[in-house]
Design a protein around this ligand. Structure first.
Ligand code: AMP
Length: 639
């Protein structure tokens, strides 16, 4: 087999998932399996993050039965991610790492299945690979329930949500029709749609020849006007007795700000939306005194594979297999798009579009799709939407439930080390053994130790004015003020020599320092707390003698030099640290309790919210080797 024949393909899913994204995965696996020029078929675990971590599944020998099952599941069976690669001009480490992973596994076809942000990522990767002369065909496969990708008639995933929203609007409207006398008059249904109203618009399909559905749609493209809206609700309730309001999560006020945005943002910098339905409902109840119910379809709309549109599934599969075909033809930096070629009957085909055109562009609803009043859709919009929701293909049911599955795919053996080495933080009172353990770990894992105290002592020794200032605190065993430490450590941490991992020892030592570290996006994998009693600390530090030139440490009781007061190798005199006197040690311990110990619960909290970080508390009174073994075991468990 020649080298080009054995080139491998990597597929990955990204961004918010859809109910049919796995149909695309199914088609990719099936099509790649047919192509002789493709060696192995890989898939990243959780999108580009999985590639960076070299966390990859090998799908080459999946049975057709499993492949079919993949296609029937909602969600992304290989895991998705929201992770935006920074501009490679300034941050090329991630891009280099991607190429290292591709090269280590002979990957020359990369198919990225996602929305607008993933199109941007795909484009950047393609450009970067070109600039490094790495032979890589990057093809972006569209998916997005928002339907806001430009240069494609629609995006796989949208049509099934459109169907779900149209059906739900019909069904809830029938419920409302039966309840409105003496009870609920308005049903507010919040649907997704960040800037584009495609999903909200699809509620308009609930109005059919056979079914009268009093409906108001709130589009993000039309600034919300509460006076006109309340007037409209009032007139609809007067005319029909009730009305359904379908509101897009992204509606904006007249000033252009989001009506309801939670304060958090995702890693692409987008505001996380949600909650506008309740706001609208409250407005109606307060101003019009109509009883209302609110529902937010949230994940339900994009996970309801049982109601997926067959047309959508066909689109999803077609873009998957077209992407594989494009990749083996060595197309680079392209997206597979869907082109509508006929309306009656609906006809379509796939074609390739340059990613340069697409990246970060949004396709909003055209003006002629929204009616003059701004609360409904036009015939043009209906004609666009209707073909997309045609056909059903629900998964087979067993024991009353769809035959959904959990999967365990074979994991590809890693060939590279971790991208950033290990990032470890040691938290412990003075004398607990942080320095001793750091030295062992640095040697074993090729890490750099960042001992804050050592850095300060070096500065103090230099005699600089900063050094003199530092010494005035250190001599008394007091903490150096946070601003000084944060500025010294920020500078230190930005050095290249730490890019392969480090052990932080003695920093952060206060909550303010811990928060500053977090704000600077310095990530940690493991926090190790070493617990020792005050008596042990006094015992250990009181007898500590150091040979300054070499850093060799002796202890009068545990590790005495051959000649008391002199270094074993050079016979030079040993010294004690200025802050190792009993009074200063007691002061340092008190400060530890008060200032440093609280950072342990701070990190406990962070670890609860962050899977990739863990905290371990060890007994520092045990033998050095026993503690070291325990730490190594913890490190071995880091993914
Ligand atoms: P160490 O060698 O870690 O015991 O640190 C020696 C001394 O340096 C401490 O007693 C403090 O005076 C100062 N120091 C070291 N790290 C920090 C820090 N993160 N924040 C404030 N002061 C520090």
């Amino acid at each position: 087999m020649s080298a080009s024949e054995s080139m491998n393909l990597l597929y990955a899913q990204s961004g918010g998932v859809t109910s049919v994204i796995n149909s695309t995965a199914q088609a990719v696996i099936e099509e790649a399996g047919k192509q002789k020029s493709i060696g192995k078929i890989f898939c990243a675990n959780h999108g580009i993050v999985g590639v960076l971590k070299e966390d990859i599944f090998d799908l080459s020998s999946l049975s057709q039965r499993v492949i079919n099952k993949i296609g029937m599941n909602p969600g992304g069976v290989f895991g998705s991610c929201r992770f935006k690669l920074k501009d490679p001009k300034h941050h090329n480490r991630s891009f280099d790492r991607l190429l290292e992973v591709f090269s280590a596994h002979n990957i020359h076809y990369f198919l990225y299945n996602g929305g607008g942000d993933s199109a941007d990522t795909s484009y950047k990767i393609s450009q970067y690979a070109n600039s490094k002369k790495y032979d890589l065909s990057v093809i972006h496969i569209p998916k997005t329930i928002d339907n806001d990708l430009a240069y494609t008639d629609c995006s796989p995933g949208f049509a099934s949500v459109a169907k779900y929203v149209a059906v739900s609007t019909q069904e809830t409207s029938l419920d409302l029709a039966s309840m409105h006398v003496g009870s609920t008059k308005v049903f507010v249904f919040e649907v997704m749609g960040r800037h584009a109203g495609w999903i909200a618009a699809s509620a308009g399909l609930a109005q059919t020849k056979d079914m009268n559905t009093p409906l108001i749609i709130l589009f993000p493209e039309i600034p919300f006007d509460s006076t006109s809206f309340l007037k409209k609700v009032n007139s609809m309730v007067k005319a029909h007795g009730y009305v359904s309001v379908v509101v897009s999560e992204g509606i904006i006020s007249k000033s252009g700000s989001l009506m309801k945005a939670q304060l958090t943002t995702d890693s692409f910098g987008h505001k996380k939306l949600g909650g506008v339905g309740s706001l609208i409902s409250k407005l109606i109840e307060e101003k019009l005194k109509f009883k209302s119910h609110t529902a937010c379809s949230d994940y339900l709309q994009r996970a309801s594979r049982h109601l997926a549109s067959l047309t959508d599934i066909k689109h999803a599969m077609a873009v998957g297999s077209a992407a594989v075909k494009a990749a083996i033809k060595k197309q680079k930096g392209k997206m597979v798009s869907i082109k509508r070629t006929g309306s009656k009957p609906y006809r379509w085909k796939t074609e390739l579009v340059s990613l340069q055109k697409i990246a970060n562009k949004e396709k909003l609803m055209p003006k002629n799709f929204i009616d003059k009043e701004g609360y409904g859709i036009t015939t043009a919009c209906r004609n666009y939407l209707l073909p997309l929701i045609q056909g059903e293909s629900s998964p087979p049911f067993t024991k009353g439930l769809p035959m959904y599955s959990s999967f365990h795919f074979p994991i590809l053996k890693k060939r590279l080390g971790r991208m950033n080495g290990y990032r470890i933080l040691m938290v412990a009172p003075p004398g607990a053994g942080k320095g001793t353990q750091s030295a062992i770990l640095c040697k074993q894992y090729n890490l750099q130790s960042i001992a804050c105290g050592d850095l300060l002592r070096a500065e103090a020794k230099s005699g600089s004015s900063l050094g003199k200032k530092l010494l005035s605190y250190m001599q008394k065993g007091e903490l150096v003020p946070d601003e000084l430490i944060i500025s010294i450590m920020s500078k230190e941490l930005s050095k290249n020599k730490y890019s392969n991992g480090y052990i932080l020892d003695g920093f952060p030592r206060t909550l303010a320092q811990a928060r500053a570290l977090y704000d600077k996006n310095v990530s940690l994998d493991v926090i190790i707390e070493l617990r020792v009693s005050n008596a042990t600390v006094l015992d250990r530090l009181g007898g500590r003698w150091i040979h300054q030139p070499s850093g060799r440490v002796y202890h009068t009781k545990f590790n005495p030099p051959k000649n008391i007061g002199f270094d074993d190798e050079t016979n030079e005199p040993l010294t004690q640290r200025v802050d190792d006197t009993p009074a200063t040690i007691k002061n340092r311990l008190a400060i530890y309790e008060q200032e440093t110990a609280p950072i342990v619960s701070y990190y406990q909290d962070l670890c609860h919210r962050n899977d990739s970080m863990s905290l371990h508390s060890l007994n520092g009174e045990e033998l050095v080797n026993t503690v070291a073994k325990k730490i190594k075991k913890i490190i071995a468990s880091i993914p």
